[in-house]
Design a protein. Structure first.
Length: 232
C-alpha cells in the first residue's frame, strides 16, 4: 500500500466537475451546485466556494404556526437559507447521505434526518396519531411534498420495507427515517412490565404502518425520539 501524500491527495481531493443540483461528493458529503437558494440543516455546512450567504430560518419564512409547532413538539428541525452562487458542501455527524427526487409526491421524514430541501418543495411539521391510551400524545415528523430534490441522512446503509394491506409493518420509532406519503402510521406502545423497565428501548414505542407504500429504516436507534415520545 502506498502511504505517500500524493496518493492521499489523489484519493481524497474533491471532484471538480459540476453535475446535478444535489450530488454525492462522498457517501457522507452532499455537494450542492448552488445558483439561487436552498434550505439546509442548521450547522451542516462544512465548506463552500463562490459567494454564498447563510441566514437562519426566521419568522418571515416559517410563520407563527410553524414556530408554535416547534415549541410544542420540541422538534430539532431548524433550517438555514443558503443563498448565492457556488458549490456548497454539507455533512451531518458522519451519517450517509441519501438523495431523493420528488415528482409531485409526498414523503414524511424524521426531522433530525433532513439535510437539505430544494426551494420548490413545501414542508410542514406533523404529529403522528397515537393508539388510544398511549401516553396521550405522539411523535413529530416533517411532511415534504411537491417537485424537487431532498437530501436525507441515515446512520449506516438504509433498508426499505414495502407495506401492503395484507402485510402491515411495525417499526422501532427510533430507527425509522422516512416513509411514503400514502402511509399514516400510528404510535403503538407496549406498556407491559417488561418494557417499562428501561423505557428508552425502541421495543416499547413502535410505529404501526398499514396500507400501501414504503418505509425506510436505519440500523441505528436515535434515542432522542424515544425521549420525546415519553414526554408526551
Amino acid at each position: 500500500m502506498n502511504y505517500s501524500i500524493s496518493e492521499f491527495l489523489k484519493e481524497t481531493t474533491r471532484r471538480n466537475e459540476e453535475n446535478n443540483f444535489f450530488e454525492l461528493e462522498s457517501p457522507q458529503t452532499l455537494e450542492i451546485n448552488l445558483d439561487g437558494s436552498v434550505w439546509t440543516k442548521l450547522g451542516s455546512m462544512i465548506a463552500y466556494d463562490g459567494s454564498i450567504r447563510f441566514t437562519r430560518q426566521g419568522f418571515r419564512e416559517q410563520g407563527l404556526k410553524m414556530m408554535f409547532k416547534k415549541m410544542v413538539s420540541g422538534e430539532g428541525f431548524t433550517l438555514m437559507k443558503s443563498e448565492g452562487k457556488g458549490r456548497l458542501y454539507l455533512a451531518d455527524n458522519g451519517k450517509k447521505v441519501q438523495i431523493l427526487r420528488l415528482e409531485n409526491e409526498t414523503i414524511f421524514v424524521n426531522g433530525n434526518d433532513v439535510l437539505a430541501i430544494e426551494n420548490s418543495l413545501q414542508y410542514d411539521i406533523k404529529m403522528m396519531k397515537s393508539v388510544a391510551g398511549v401516553m396521550g400524545g405522539g411523535l413529530f415528523n416533517v411532511k415534504i411534498s411537491g417537485r424537487g430534490m431532498v437530501a436525507l441522512t441515515t446512520h449506516g446503509t438504509p433498508l426499505t420495507f414495502m407495506v401492503t394491506p395484507e402485510q402491515p409493518l411495525f417499526t422501532d420509532a427510533n430507527a425509522t427515517v422516512a416513509w411514503d406519503g400514502n402511509l399514516q402510521p400510528v404510535i403503538k406502545t407496549d406498556l407491559s412490565l417488561k418494557n417499562l423497565i428501561g423505557r428508552g428501548s425502541g421495543e416499547g414505542i413502535q410505529l404501526a404502518f398499514s396500507g400501501q407504500g414504503w418505509v425506510v429504516l436505519q440500523p441505528f436507534e436515535e434515542k432522542y425520539m424515544a425521549q420525546k415520545g415519553q414526554g408526551q
